[in-house]
Design a protein around this ligand. Structure first.
Ligand code: CA
Ligand code: CA
Length: 244
């Protein structure tokens, strides 16, 4: 009889609600943890903004060690430096403030590429992105001469093969974000990067590379994983409330 007559106080109801939440808490935490592990283990670039290389302010280095491989004129700069050269294959520019950190990559004209081996834990669709910018003016390359800078062109690459659309950048273009989508057929290591396509005189600077799954399934998994039990719990509360 007591159970039928008793009207639960607000404190009792609040206590029950907390109790239900606590019962769900380990499940929710477990789901969050499981998804966090997946996120932590997602493919990622090492030093995506070229900050680990030692280079003086206004200077230029062509690293032979570290996570990235640099070819032809490609190297790392720390602003600010005008369009500069000590000879063919040693030509650089650092006229822009970095997008990220203190440094970025510099390339001059054709034959240049920058790439890094990346471990992909799962097959699927991915998107690589980077910021690119191109200075204007001219460059004097001893003893070749002085050249007026024109349009530059680059591609993102997978295993040094172009992926996505070629991008043309006019001289005097400030940082813009560029992307290319690609497919990873099986888990493993794949070389990701960029390469300059055309041989006419131009600089392209690169900073803040990133790789993401397309779409980002883990975020959706997380929303669904947390959302479904919450919806179920709310439905359970509603039914319980109706029966009571
Ligand atoms: Ca940087
Ligand atoms: Ca070059």
């Amino acid at each position: 009889m007591k159970a039928l007559c008793e009207i639960p106080t607000q404190e009792v109801l609040a206590g029950r609600a907390v109790g239900h939440r606590l019962k769900l808490a380990p499940l929710l935490l477990g789901l969050l943890a499981a998804n966090s592990v997946v996120i932590v283990h997602a493919q990622s670039l090492t030093d995506p903004g070229f900050e680990t290389y030692a280079v003086d302010s206004g200077g230029f280095v062509k690293p032979t060690t570290g996570p990235w491989s640099f070819f032809n004129d490609a190297g790392v700069v720390e602003p600010f430096a005008p369009n500069s050269s000590t000879g063919p294959g040693n030509t650089w520019s650092a006229t822009f403030a970095p997008i990220e950190g203190q440094q970025y990559a510099s390339t001059y004209a054709g034959l240049d590429s920058i790439r890094q081996s990346v471990l992909f834990g799962a097959a699927g669709q991915y998107r690589v992105s980077a910021y690119a910018a191109a200075p204007s003016g001219s460059v004097t390359i001893p003893p070749a001469g002085t050249f007026t800078l024109g349009d530059g062109q680059f591609n993102f690459t997978l295993g040094n093969v172009p992926i996505g659309s070629p991008y043309t950048i006019a001289p005097g273009t400030d940082w813009s974000l560029f992307t290319a989508d690609f497919t990873i057929p099986a888990p493993g290591n794949y070389e990701i990067g960029i390469r300059n396509n055309t041989t006419s005189p131009y600089f392209i600077n690169y900073d803040a590379f990133e790789i993401k799954p397309v779409p980002e399934p883990r975020v959706w998994q997380l929303v669904l994983a947390v959302g479904a039990p919450l919806v179920a719990w709310q439905a359970f509360r509603k039914i319980k409330g109706t029966l009571a």
